[in-house]
Design a protein around this ligand. Structure first.
Ligand code: GLN
Length: 281
C-alpha cells in the first residue's frame, strides 16, 4: 500500500468524527509511529510503498481513536517543549499554555540553583526545566504514585536528574527544608461549575484529580502553595503558577493577602489570563 492509500483508509475510519485538519495531523503521527516514515515522505512522497502488513497495534490505535481516546494516550507519548514524554491515563496531557509558563521560567531564571515543581504529573515542567537551566537542582512532587512513576520514567528517558517526592501538598508542607529560587506549579484549577466547558475527550480520559477543584474552594492549591512559599521561598525567589483565566483577580488577591507584594499577570497565546509570577517584594 502507498502512503496515499493508507491515508485514505485512515480517513474512511475517522471522518466525520474528526475534521480534515485533525485527520491530517493524526495520519502523520500514525504513519511516523507505525511505519517509521520521515515526516517529509508524508508531504512529498505519497506514492511511496509501505509494508503491507498492518500492525495489530495500528488497528487497535484506530479503534481507540474512534472511541475518542486522545492521540497522546493512544500512542503513549507526546512532545512538550521539544522533548518527548511518555503519557498515560494517570497523567494530564501537557498543554501548550504550560509550554508558555515553562518558557517564561527558563528565560528569567538561567541562574536558579533550586527549583521545585508542585503537582508534577508527567514531569513535563520539571524535566524541561532540568534540561534548560543548567545548574539547577530540581525537585518535584505529586500525590499520585502512578504519576511519580511516569515522571521518573520521563526524567530518565530525557537524561535528567530530578528528586521526586510522593506527597500531598494539601496536608504536608514541611517535608523538605530547602529554600527555593523558584516554586513552580500547574495545579488543578478547573471548577466543577466549569465542567460543561471542558471537551468530552478531556472529561472522559484525563485524570479528574489533576483538573478539578470544588466550586467553594477553587483556590485551595494556591493557598497551600503560598503557605509553602512563605517558609520555603529564597529571599529573592519567585513563584510561577498557571491559573484559571476566570479567577485571575481572586488568585492575585490570595497571594497579596498572604503577604506577597510583587505580582505580575501574564496572558497565554489565546490572550487568556494564564500565569502569575510572584515575589515577596
Ligand atoms: N488547562 C487545562 C485544561 O483546560 C487545565 C489544567 C489544570 O487544571 N491545571 O484542560
Amino acid at each position: 500500500m502507498t502512503i496515499a492509500e493508507i491515508a485514505d483508509m485512515i480517513k474512511t475510519k475517522l471522518y466525520p468524527q474528526f475534521d480534515a485538519n485533525e485527520i491530517r495531523a493524526i495520519t502523520l503521527q500514525l504513519l511516523c509511529h507505525f511505519w517509521k516514515i520521515p515526516d517529509i515522505d508524508f508531504y512529498i512522497n505519497k506514492q511511496k510503498n509501505l509494508d503491507e502488513k498492518i500492525d495489530e497495534d495500528f488497528s487497535k490505535a484506530l479503534k481507540l481513536l474512534q472511541q475518542h481516546t486522545p492521540i497522546q494516550y493512544v500512542l503513549g507519548f507526546t512532545e512538550f517543549y521539544g522533548l518527548k514524554f511518555s503519557v498515560d491515563k494517570n497523567v494530564l496531557i501537557p498543554r501548550p499554555e504550560t509550554e508558555e509558563l515553562v518558557n517564561l521560567i527558563i528565560t528569567e531564571n538561567k541562574d536558579a540553583k533550586t527549583i521545585i515543581d508542585i503537582g508534577t504529573g508527567s514531569g513535563c515542567i520539571a524535566v524541561v526545566l532540568a534540561k534548560n537551566i543548567e545548574n539547577a537542582k530540581i525537585y518535584a512532587l505529586d500525590i499520585s504514585e502512578k504519576a511519580i512513576a511516569k515522571a521518573r520514567q520521563n526524567a530518565e528517558n530525557n537524561n535528567v536528574c530530578i528528586e521526586f517526592f510522593c506527597k500531598d501538598i494539601l496536608s504536608e508542607n514541611n517535608f523538605i527544608q530547602t529554600k527555593f529560587d523558584c516554586i513552580v506549579s500547574n495545579p488543578p484549577y478547573v471548577r466543577e461549575c466549569e465542567k460543561s466547558e471542558i471537551k468530552q475527550n478531556v472529561l472522559d480520559f484525563e485524570p479528574h484529580s489533576a483538573l478539578f477543584v470544588p466550586d467553594d474552594d477553587a483556590l485551595k492549591f494556591y493557598k497551600v502553595i503560598a503557605d509553602f512559599a512563605i517558609s520555603h521561598l529564597a529571599d529573592n525567589g519567585k513563584i510561577y503558577v498557571e491559573i484559571n483565566e476566570n479567577l485571575a483577580m481572586e488568585t492575585q488577591n490570595l497571594f497579596v493577602q498572604k503577604g506577597f507584594k510583587f505580582i505580575e499577570l501574564h496572558k497565554d497565546l489565546n490572550s487568556k489570563n494564564r500565569m502569575l509570577k510572584i515575589k515577596r517584594q
